[in-house]
Design a protein around this ligand. Structure first.
Ligand code: NAD
Length: 265
């Protein structure tokens, strides 16, 4: 267990609000490559770009089917299970929200009841015609028929947010972020918006306990002005506890330490 002294005097309410933001690094040790991983095929295709998916829906469906096939044997790792256990254990003592950028279903497989998919989920389908959401119809094809409105010809698509689409939950997530007393970012490069902005927003709204667990931070974060403002980055990294390494190894220890602190108040 990593004992992390928390600033509990500064918590906004008696019952702390804990936000966990996860990215592709959470599932890396389950065998799903991250976006930036040299082995990943995310960057060799533009099938997941919203405009391109409109122009070439067949490619989008084919690439999604390919991901579903590649990921079908992946199992949750110790980091997914640690979030599920933490949520169960602190159910009566803290408000916990896990926002994931991942579209895989490993958090659900681990029994995590606090997870919200910012970028949608391969577990679900959506009808572009009537907007209905329903369980996944995979493998996807242009001939799939929407069970709600009966439309086909490309109406049914995987319920995932593409580059250029608006992420889910943006009408209520910022409100929760501003209430956060403890913010844990795990396995995310902080290069993809709005997730990267959540960390800064939590900091600016007085979240004193901020923890970042990741294997590495890309150089672009500090050199490319399109990312976090450098003044913000300075204070973000100066006062954020940074653990560099494996999510499956570090996150269970960090969450154990936080659970212990919250329970011993
Ligand atoms: P990213 O690829 O940009 O960054 C991943 C981060 O995780 C990096 O900082 C890396 O150093 C770190 N990392 C890698 N292995 C790790 C490990 N074992 N333990 C801890 N950290 C580790 O991913 P992102 O920030 O999530 O953004 C990419 C986008 O691509 C997201 O929107 C996501 O939806 C999508 N994506 C999803 C999946 C998935 O569903 N599993 C996989 C790949 C990409």
């Amino acid at each position: 267990m990593y004992k992390i002294p928390l600033n509990s005097q500064g918590w906004k309410k008696e019952r702390p609000v804990v936000v966990i933001l996860s990215g592709a690094g959470l599932s890396a040790e389950s065998g799903i490559p991250t976006y930036r991983d040299p082995q990943s095929n995310w960057k060799t295709t533009n099938a997941f770009d919203a405009e391109e998916a409109k122009r070439n829906p067949q490619l989008f469906l084919r690439e999604t089917n390919e991901r579903i096939r590649e990921w079908k044997d992946a199992k949750p790792n110790a980091a997914h299970s640690a979030i599920a256990d933490f949520t169960r254990r602190l159910r009566d003592r803290a408000s916990i929200l896990h926002i994931t950028q991942n579209i895989d279903a490993l958090s659900e497989d681990a029994g995590d009841t606090s997870v919200f998919h910012l970028h949608g989920s391969i577990l679900k389908s959506r009808c572009q015609h009537c907007g209905a959401h329903f369980p996944r119809l995979a493998p996807y094809s242009l001939e799939d028929v929407c069970p709600a409105c009966g439309k086909s010809d490309g109406a049914v698509r995987p319920d995932i947010v593409l580059f250029g689409d608006v992420p889910y939950g943006m009408d209520w997530i910022p409100g929760v972020i501003r209430q956060a007393d403890i913010f844990i970012a795990v396995g995310t490069s902080l290069l993809v918006y709005p997730a990267a902005w959540f960390v800064v927003e939590a900091m600016e709204h007085g979240c004193l306990d901020r923890i970042l667990i990741t294997k590495d931070l890309p150089d672009e974060l500090f050199t490319d002005p399109g990312h976090i403002d450098l003044d913000e980055a300075d204070s973000l990294f100066e006062y954020t506890k940074f653990f560099r390494g494996s999510a499956a190894r570090i996150l269970p220890q960090v969450l154990e330490g936080i659970a212990w602190e919250i329970e011993s108040r």
